[in-house]
Write a protein that binds this ligand. Structure first.
Ligand code: PXP
Length: 238
């Protein structure tokens, strides 16, 4: 299983003091040296962590895969078309949320998603949709033209009741299997860490996980290189 590292919270620390350090661009290079196979950043409308300069420089320095996470707005689609990331992950975005709280509601945002995906495809940018593990989402994702779905693992990550974890894992596993059979590439992410990642090693349909908060948090204690290496080793020993 591959690891993409979300480096937003390196920028969160920078913005906490309005300084120039730590720099998410340098962090991206360290993550790649440590074995990450992709770098993710979320350019939010309010620029609360990652900013336009970061996105431009990340495009230049990332040598693995650059995944730009964003809302399907005209402003963001234009930026993506200028920058040309390898992949755009479309997510819902709420001004007052601390992090992306749920998956996309494809039905409610269908025409916006279709338009964004069509424009991004015209620039040869792959598009992933961040979705809750609901089987109805597969047909809807195919209808709007997604290439990849990223399954939102937040509900699994946020429960510590074993019975509920098992329910969530089985929803994730069956969605991953069905979506793969229907021709979609499947990844997963949100709230995954060094303790709750293990059941995913058995889900062969999930090609990649996107992890941010737990890796950047561990980096405070161990350094970023070791924090990424520790996760890469877990994922490669499956
Ligand atoms: N995937 C998506 C689509 C996200 O929005 C986030 C959070 O920014 C992540 C993965 C990573 O989540 P976490 O920071 O909890 O590892």
């Amino acid at each position: 299983m591959k690891l993409s590292v979300n480096i937003d919270h390196v920028a969160t620390l920078r913005e906490a003091r309005g300084e120039i350090e730590p720099d998410p661009v340098i962090a991206a290079g360290i993550c790649e040296l440590a074995g990450a196979e992709g770098i993710v950043c979320h350019l939010r409308e309010d620029r609360r962590h990652i900013n336009d300069r970061d996105v431009k420089l990340l495009r230049e320095v990332v040598k693995t895969k650059f995944d730009l996470e964003m809302a399907a707005t005209d402003e963001m689609v234009k930026i993506a078309c200028d920058v040309i990331p390898d992949l755009v992950t479309l997510v819902p975005e709420g001004r007052n949320e601390l992090t992306t709280e749920g998956g996309l509601n494809i039905t409610a945002t269908k025409s916006k998603l279709e338009k964004a995906i069509e424009i991004l495809h015209s620039k040869n940018i792959l598009v992933s949709l961040f979705l809750d593990p609901d089987p109805d989402n597969i047909d809807k994702a195919l209808e709007v033209g997604a290439d990849i779905i990223e399954i939102h693992t937040g509900k699994y990550s946020n429960t510590f009741v074993e019975k509920d974890q098992i329910i969530e894992l089985s929803k994730i596993a069956s969605l991953a299997q069905m979506a793969t059979e229907m021709g979609l590439i499947v990844t997963a992410g949100h709230g995954l860490n060094y303790y709750n990642i293990f059941p995913f090693l058995n889900m062969k349909e999930i090609r990649e996980v996107s992890i941010g908060h737990s890796i950047i948090s561990r980096a405070v204690y161990t350094g970023l290189q070791k924090a990424v290496e520790d996760m890469v080793n877990i994922l490669r020993n499956d």
